[in-house]
Design a protein around this ligand. Structure first.
Ligand SMILES: [Fe+2]
Length: 434
């Protein structure tokens, strides 16, 4: 199967590149951060976190570890969920104000992404927007080696500690976009599952569906052999399509999510399930960080762009807010119904990894089998019922599609081509599932 999927295509890429940080995983590993920083030559560290974690025991462990290793640090914590370019540029000003030779981020995707993007701005002495791809930005190249970075995730979803991308909201367009460069990859990921012990079920569910969709999207992405080859190997984008490496990590992440997501959400004392999800999130990050996501993530940006009058339980935000994982999963089953037609074998295999009931199913049923299993998991974990569950109706479809169609690279990474009308039809199919 794998060989067939990655068969050479006329004028297609013949190679792929894998980049992951040094990964340390296990309970208690946050206490290793000081010695790990030392081995990277850090003597004075820019320590990124958010206000909610500032006085947490996780931050206390990291600070104690740095002190024990004789490493000075200053903290930047003015980071909100779903950071914007202003937040990133404040972070860059913080980096430039010090004499830092390293950077450590402790938090969810918002914190880690802010640290990555701030490092880009600080090193290139620039605001953020020019670094986004045209026509959003100027496709300004990231050329300078950034500060050494140790990323320490405190949620089990983003995988940002293992990727070379950051997602940032641009204020003047009020939409999130992806900035990517191999130079943004953290040097080390220190993943301590203890950080998820006290997360509310709602947060475990949202972040769990983020990781699940990362893995599904990279397993079903179009093959790397269908992207054009690059002339300069150093310029090869890591959003390069599915490849044997991303298959490997995504498969395991899906198997874990299929087994443990329900348990981790519905039994807050199930430490094994939460630990497994933390590992799956990092695996999914190592996978999609080297393949790219596709339609569910592209369509999630239309949701977060237009959300209003929505606040979500257990998230400390005062503005309208749909958690990232929820914004992805409300459209994902409809997306996979659409893309399955192009590569039904892959969609059926992915459904199998999630332990879907495939009795009597043929290739023509692939999209339905996969979406049915996803919907079952959504119901078991109390997710909103599609777009209507987060306040959207059919009157919003055109605006959401017009917003999401700008996510060109992700949409091109899907196995099936789509236009604006196709996106509208997918959103219509995602209004409610049960
Ligand atoms: Fe995501």
């Amino acid at each position: 199967m794998a060989c067939q999927y990655f068969a050479p295509c006329d004028h297609g890429a013949t190679s792929f590149t894998i980049a992951i940080p040094k990964v340390t995983f296990g309970r208690g590993t946050l206490s290793e951060v000081g010695r790990r920083a030392q081995s990277l030559g850090m003597t004075e560290v820019a320590l990124f976190t958010d206000g909610g974690l500032l006085d947490s025991r996780y931050m206390a462990t990291v600070k104690q570890s740095l002190k024990a290793s004789g490493i000075a640090f200053q903290i930047f914590s003015d980071i909100r969920i779903e950071p914007d370019d202003f937040c990133v540029e404040q972070g860059a000003a913080f980096i430039k104000s010090g004499n830092f030779d390293g950077m450590i981020s402790v938090g969810g995707g918002s914190v880690i992404d802010t640290a990555k993007a701030a490092a880009v701005c600080a090193k290139h002495n620039s605001v953020l927007k020019p670094f986004f791809a045209k026509p959003i930005g100027e496709s300004k190249p990231i050329t300078e080696k950034l500060l050494p970075h140790i990323a320490c995730p405190t949620t089990s979803g983003t995988g940002s500690e293992c990727t070379s991308i950051a997602v940032v909201r641009l204020r003047d367009l009020d939409t999130k976009f992806v900035i990517a460069s191999p130079l943004m990859l953290p040097d080390e990921a220190v993943i301590d599952p203890e950080c998820c012990d006290t997360l509310p079920s709602n947060v475990i569910a949202s972040t769990g569906f983020d990781l699940l969709s990362h893995a599904l999207e990279c397993y079903t992405a179009k093959a790397y052999t269908q992207w054009a080859p690059v002339e300069n190997p150093n310029a090869r984008q890591l959003i390069q399509g599915a490849n044997p490496w991303s298959d490997l990590a995504a498969t395991k992440a899906l198997q874990i999510a299929g087994t443990y997501l329900d348990r981790a959400v519905n039994d807050t004392s199930d430490q094994e399930a939460r630990d497994q999800l933390m590992w799956a999130a990092s695996l999914a990050g190592m996978a999609f960080g080297n393949s790219g996501t596709h339609m569910p993530h592209a369509l999630s940006y239309g949701v977060t762009h237009l959300m209003r009058d929505i606040t979500t339980k257990d998230y400390d935000v005062k503005t309208p807010f749909v958690p990232h994982g929820v914004s992805v999963i409300v459209s994902a089953p409809a997306c996979f119904r659409y893309t399955a037609e192009a590569t039904p074998e892959r969609h059926l295999e992915a459904a199998g990894f999630l332990q879907a009931d495939q009795k009597g199913a043929g290739l023509e049923d692939a999209g339905e089998v996969l979406s049915k299993r996803m919907i079952e998991l959504m119901q078991q974990t109390h997710m909103p019922n599609g777009l209507s569950g987060v306040g959207f109706g059919s009157a919003d479809i055109k605006a959401m599609a017009a917003s999401s169609v700008r996510q060109a690279r992700a949409i091109s990474n899907a196995p099936r081509e789509s236009n604006l009308v196709d996106l509208e039809n997918i959103y219509a199919d995602a209004i409610s599932y049960w």
